[in-house]
Write a new protein. Structure first.
Length: 255
């Protein structure tokens, strides 16, 4: 019986949807056989089913995390600062503290992850901390860097999510512990993932370097303490790439 076919016992009961479609749960990395969403009218009206459909489609994930989540920082630059300048200056100290906390928290949380989707998501928390830091630090260089950072982050995170989705479909898992040494069997995919990861930690010559340098330069000109914490967060992201991506996922040097 093919995917999406229906069977019924002739007694007027709800048809049973049968499918062989496999889905990867981005949160747990488990492979699940699920009914094709939308074939059962009662199920298609369920909001949780709709959210699961959105979450499981890798292209939609790239759209959400690469473009749509920049609406918040875009609104800060185009609406909050011009319309509410006094309130922005009043709230800036608290926002800056939250920004550096998110940089450190995102880096620490990313290091502790074995699930690739969660790992990439936590690195985005750290990156958005850099963007908010550049927006509210009160320096034009840092603000310009935050705007460029939005574009650079969209490019690097899209590459990470697309390659992760490809690996998940090919291997059936997104657990780093099970994907160790992926470069031996999929060198091109592993190389693409590595380049995207290097861009996300601002390797010179890649998309993340210039905006991160601008944000840090502007931050240090205003507050050396905030700049030092931000650099520490960048160090955590570098440790994430070395331990999880280089040693674990790509080359499997930990075994």
């Amino acid at each position: 019986m093919t995917a999406g076919a229906h069977s019924s016992n002739g007694s007027g009961e709800e048809p049973v949807t049968v499918t062989d479609r496999r889905r990867i749960d981005p949160e747990t990395g488990e492979v699940r056989d699920e009914p094709a969403a939308g074939l059962n009218p009662r199920e298609s009206a369920d909001l949780n089913t709709l959210l699961r459909m959105i979450r499981d489609e890798y292209g939609t994930s790239v759209l959400l995390i690469g473009i749509l989540d920049k609406i918040g920082t875009f609104g800060m630059i185009t609406l909050v600062l011009p319309i509410f300048p006094e309130a922005s200056r009043w709230a800036a100290p608290v926002i800056l503290v939250l920004a550096v906390v998110s940089i450190i928290y995102g880096g620490l949380a990313a290091i502790a992850q074995d699930n690739l989707y969660r790992l990439i998501s936590y690195t985005s928390v750290s990156h958005f901390g850099f963007m908010v830091l550049g927006i509210f630090i009160g320096n034009q260089v840092a603000a310009n860097g935050a705007m460029v950072y939005m574009v650079a982050h969209g490019l690097s995170i899209a590459g990470l999510y697309l390659v992760t989705g490809f690996m998940a479909r090919r291997t059936g898992t997104v657990a780093i512990s099970e994907l160790g040494g992926i470069a031996r069997v999929m060198p091109l995919v592993a190389g693409t993932f590595l380049v995207s990861g290097l861009a996300s930690i601002a390797l010179p010559g890649l998309s993340g370097f210039v905006p991160e340098w601008m944000v840090l330069t502007g931050t240090f000109s205003v507050s050396a303490a905030l700049g030092a914490v931000a650099v520490a967060g960048l160090g955590l992201l570098t440790r994430w790439l070395s331990a999880h991506i280089g040693e674990g996922l790509i080359y499997d040097l930990r075994r």
